[in-house]
Design a protein around this ligand. Structure first.
Ligand code: RFL
Ligand code: PHB
Length: 393
């Protein structure tokens, strides 16, 4: 088998890249370790930046996100028992975010890929990458007991944090930066109406909480938990009680609870691998970087990467120039590090840290007070939350 680009990983970054390349007339095959249903079963991000919506549009898959996604003009910060609104729209000259689940984005991309008749090889395991330090790389995989090989011009490593792509690069060719946080997020998805029409990020004496949503009838809630916590030890009742205890009196009264559709604990981590290109192998999304979810940046960074990558490959094939590919890593990382900074900062501001002490606590309170009362500080939050613009090559 031969194609122009083999995409390893069929999560949102791999699927979006496949669609963008297809629209630019570039052949591609996706090789995914799991089944399609498994990929759709993972409940993750919920907030899309305008940059992501624009890329979905460019890929021709924005129809349902536009029709069913919820435009949000602001968020609320809850601390010391009171809520304060950050006017994202007013502070950024009219920008918004769209609340539309990663599951739905993935669904729409899978449907578009099937409709275009593009090849996705599911249940391919193990996958291995070969000769990507040359111009003739190959991807090998096993499926149904047989070994297959695809020859290509480029391999896009879109296989997430635990994937094989980054792990295939010689260790001395990558610089890894990592920070692990001393807590995780326990998340619950439930078919109950959202508490409020905007997201609430809460800093409370019992720890962080987030009230989010997927639609007018489906809510997504999170509470900060210790790294030793196990999801089996959290009944639905225990979760709702803990969430209620982290809300202000009005929110507490309006909270509607119900059986959980999904419940999981995600550890919090900041991670960057530099560079994002190694010969004919280009890393994108979680394969190259992880952010703690507080800033809602993980999925949006992944889509921005593949926006850059599809453009660089288009320039390569159309203009026979590798100049944009040569700048791919640098351009991505400039934006990645700004999102890393924002996600680290917002995480540090909103969570209880075991080692913060009374002084750290007072500093957090002072910063929150400053943030909601200073237009400059609120603008900085809003500008980063709605997403920084993409640069051009
Ligand atoms: P993904 O979604 O991990 O997809 C990678 C795909 O690659 C496949 N794969 C392989 N395929 C072939 N061969 C191999 N050896 C392979 N190894 C892995 C996997 O099966 C998978 O299908 O990465 P991608 O596409 O880069 O997308 C990134 C986003 O998924 C991610 O940034 C966000 O979901 C991060 N994230 C969140 N981001 C937010 O903005 N808000 C959130 O609330 C939020 N919650 C989360 C999250 C990430 C989580 N993880 C990674 C555990 C919650 C969790 C639990
Ligand atoms: C979500 O809805 O899952 C969500 C929203 C905002 C975040 C993180 C997660 O910052």
């Amino acid at each position: 088998m031969r194609t122009q680009v083999v995409i390893v990983g069929g999560g949102p970054s791999g699927l979006l890249l496949g669609q963008l390349l297809h629209c630019a007339g570039i052949e591609n095959i996706i090789v995914e370790r799991q089944s399609g249903d498994y990929v759709l079963g993972r409940i993750r991000a919920g907030v899309l930046e305008q940059v992501t919506m624009d890329l979905l549009k460019q890929a021709g898959v924005d129809k349902r996100a536009r029709a069913e996604g919820l435009p949000h003009d602001g968020i609320e910060l809850l601390f010391k028992g009171a809520r304060h609104r950050i006017d994202l729209n007013g502070l950024t000259g009219g920008k918004q975010v769209t609340v539309y689940g990663q599951t739905e984005v993935t669904h729409d991309l899978m449907d578009a890929r099937a409709a275009a008749g593009l090849t996705t090889i599911y249940n391919a395991a193990p996958v291995s990458l070969h000769d990507f330090d040359t111009a003739s790389p190959r991807v090998r995989y096993q499926k149904d007991g047989a070994t297959h090989e695809i020859a290509c011009d480029f391999i896009a490593g879109c296989d997430g944090y635990h994937g094989i792509s980054r792990a295939s690069v010689p260790a001395d060719a990558l610089h890894l930066y990592e920070k692990v946080y001393p807590f995780g997020w326990l998340g619950v998805l439930a078919d109950v109406p959202p508490l409020s029409h905007e997201l609430i990020y809460a800093n409370t004496p019992r720890g962080f909480a987030l009230c989010s949503m997927r639609s007018a009838t489906r809510s997504r809630y999170y509470v900060q938990v210790g790294t030793e916590e196990r999801v089996e030890n959290w009944s639905d009742d225990a979760f709702w009680n803990e969430l209620r205890n982290r809300l202000d009196p009005e929110a507490r009264e309006h909270l509607v609870t119900g059986p959980s559709l999904e419940k999981s604990i995600a550890p919090l981590r900041s991670f960057v691998a530099e560079p994002m290109r190694f010969g004919s192998l280009l890393l994108a999304g979680d394969a190259a970087h992880i952010v703690p979810p507080t800033g809602a940046k993980g999925l949006n960074l992944a889509t921005a990467d593949v926006g850059y990558l599809s453009r660089a490959l288009e320039i390569f094939y159309r203009e026979h120039s590798a100049s944009a590919l040569d700048r791919y890593s640098e351009l991505c990382l400039r934006r990645v590090w700004k999102a890393e900074r924002f996600s680290w900062w917002f995480t540090s501001l909103m969570h209880r840290f075991p080692d913060n002490g009374e002084f750290g606590q007072k500093i957090q309170e002072a910063e929150l007070d400053y943030l909601v009362n200073s237009r400059a500080a609120s603008t900085s939050l809003a500008e980063n939350y709605v997403g920084l613009p993409l640069e051009s090559f």
